[in-house]
Design a protein around this ligand. Structure first.
Ligand code: ADP
Length: 254
């Protein structure tokens, strides 16, 4: 299959089991959003999908078992945008983006073509104006977008993003998610974690709702994001509205 297949994944940091019986799949062109309260295992799961952590069970990408791939082959298949990335050196933004080509370059230096790709990706994300700026002088939102550009230039089959909208204002949240929708259309499978069920509802093809390391519900937005599941997982009562086939979720305040 083209995309990601996760089968019976189990992981513990020590004695405590943090993920158990996690099974799902994401086809190329689809966005799957992982929702769940803090500590439910979202970041751990994303790290199991790019081998930062090695779980029990299996993770297949385009039918390749990732536990059997070389570092370089894995990096060609999977792009990862972490939640926190503190820039250490004032590299130019375009050089940071070009560094995403590393899995394709081996020991060679980036060529003019790699820089062309970097400028193209920056253009596509409306970020060309940042190309020559030092990476250390970006706002939180700009930094997030540059990390997405760096992952895209890697030309992965799967893009993993840990809370790509955190610390962004509403406009930038929607901008990032619209960009990810475009990226998915190019045939990439996207798996991201998110805190806002409304954004998940508006932008996802599938949702994986987690609680304490287990899947509570998985499937289409309409089937997963219902009142019963949300009360069960978040302990907050909500009212749900439908408009134009989209679902809107509001906490009720008594
Ligand atoms: P989420 O991303 O949903 O907030 P995490 O995957 O970060 O959840 O955490 C899941 C559980 O694993 C939590 O109980 C957390 O305390 C624990 N955990 C996360 N990272 C580590 C670690 N490096 N060592 C030990 N426990 C960890």
């Amino acid at each position: 299959m083209s995309g990601v297949e996760v089968r019976s994944v189990k992981f513990s940091y020590g004695k405590e089991i943090v993920l158990e019986n996690v099974t799902f799949e994401v086809n190329e062109g689809e966005i799957l959003t992982i929702l769940g309260p803090n500590g439910s295992g979202k970041t751990t799961l994303l790290k199991c999908l790019n081998r930062l952590l090695n779980p029990e069970g299996s993770v297949l990408i385009d039918s390749f078992d990732i536990s059997k791939l070389s570092e370089r082959d894995l990096a060609k298949l999977v792009g990862y945008v972490p939640q926190i990335h503190l820039p250490a050196f004032p590299y130019r933004v375009v050089d940071v983006v070009v560094s995403g080509r590393t899995p394709h370059l081996g020991l060679s230096m980036p060529t003019k073509k790699d820089y062309e790709l970097a400028y193209n990706v920056l253009g596509k994300l409306s970020l060309s104006y940042l190309a020559d700026r030092p990476y250390t002088q970006l706002s939180g939102g700009e930094l997030r977008l540059i990390l997405i550009a760096r992952a895209l230039i890697q030309q992965p089959k799967v893009l993993l993003l840990d809370e790509p909208t955190s610390h962004l204002d509403l406009k930038n949240r929607v901008f990032v998610l619209k960009i990810l929708k475009e990226v998915a259309k190019e045939g990439i499978a996207i798996i991201m974690s998110e805190h806002d069920p409304n954004l998940a509802s508006l932008f996802s093809d599938k949702v994986l709702l987690m609680y304490k390391g287990r899947i509570v519900s998985y499937g289409r937005v309409q089937d997963v994001l219902n009142r019963e599941n949300i009360v069960k997982v978040y302990g907050v009562d909500v009212e749900i509205f439908e408009n134009n086939g989209k679902r809107y979720i509001f906490p009720t305040i008594s």
